[in-house]
Design a protein around this ligand. Sequence first.
Ligand SMILES: Nc1ncnc2c1ncn2[C@@H]1O[C@H](COP(=O)(O)OP(=O)(O)O)[C@@H](O)[C@H]1O
Ligand SMILES: [Mg+2]
Length: 222
Amino acid sequence: MAKVISFASQKGGVGKSTLLMLTATALHKRTNSKVLIIDCDPQKSVKETYQTDKDTSNGSCDVITYNWNQPKPEVNFDKTLALAESKYDVIFLDLPGKLEGADVRFSLLISDIIIVPIVASTLDINATISFLKKLPEISKVKKEKGYDLKIFGVINKKDQTIEHNKLQELAGIGGIQLFYSPISYLVRYKRNISTSEDITNPMDIEDEFNQYFDEFRTKCEV
Ligand SMILES: Nc1ncnc2c1ncn2[C@@H]1O[C@H](COP(=O)(O)OP(=O)(O)O)[C@@H](O)[C@H]1O
Ligand SMILES: [Mg+2]
């Protein structure tokens, strides 16, 4: 049974798609896991990156898009997922930066794990808190059906500002557990983003991405 991991936040621009692609690519390249990305964002930024890559290189993990503007989208999503679950070990969902809407709610309900990228600015922190406060309801519905939901926060675009001191206050809200390993604001995450190339040498244990990735694998058990 595949594990479903969503990258979600009601805020756009916090790094959902970036972290998802980096993580999915590293998992695909470094382990034997069969990895699928389902791009559920109408902007389709992950799918577009993948298509650009495919022209020049091979070896990306599989990427499909899911269109919510169709009759009975939940029923078809269930079918898509049932097929995917027999073929893949880990399924990543890239969600749009919003909170309302049946699409986001449904995607969260079918997730085993939600990763919330967190950026340290007052606006982003407030939006994250609103998002986290909606999650206990999702956890409750899942629990009633006998499923567990894990919620992790990853600090992204870390810089030297004092706003970073405030982030620990988020710990525990809505059941979130913060990663120890942050991702810095670095040009390499803007430029070298790809679904077919690993961001860094996996052997470099000092590298912050590798530290994040190790923590991801341990916490998400993948
Ligand atoms: N750690 C980072 N360092 C530098 N730039 C980043 C980082 N994470 C994301 N970005 C940039 O921020 C912008 C928004 O990221 P994106 O992944 O599209 O966010 P979201 O999917 O949450 O809307 C993109 O231009 C991306 O390249
Ligand atoms: Mg995105």
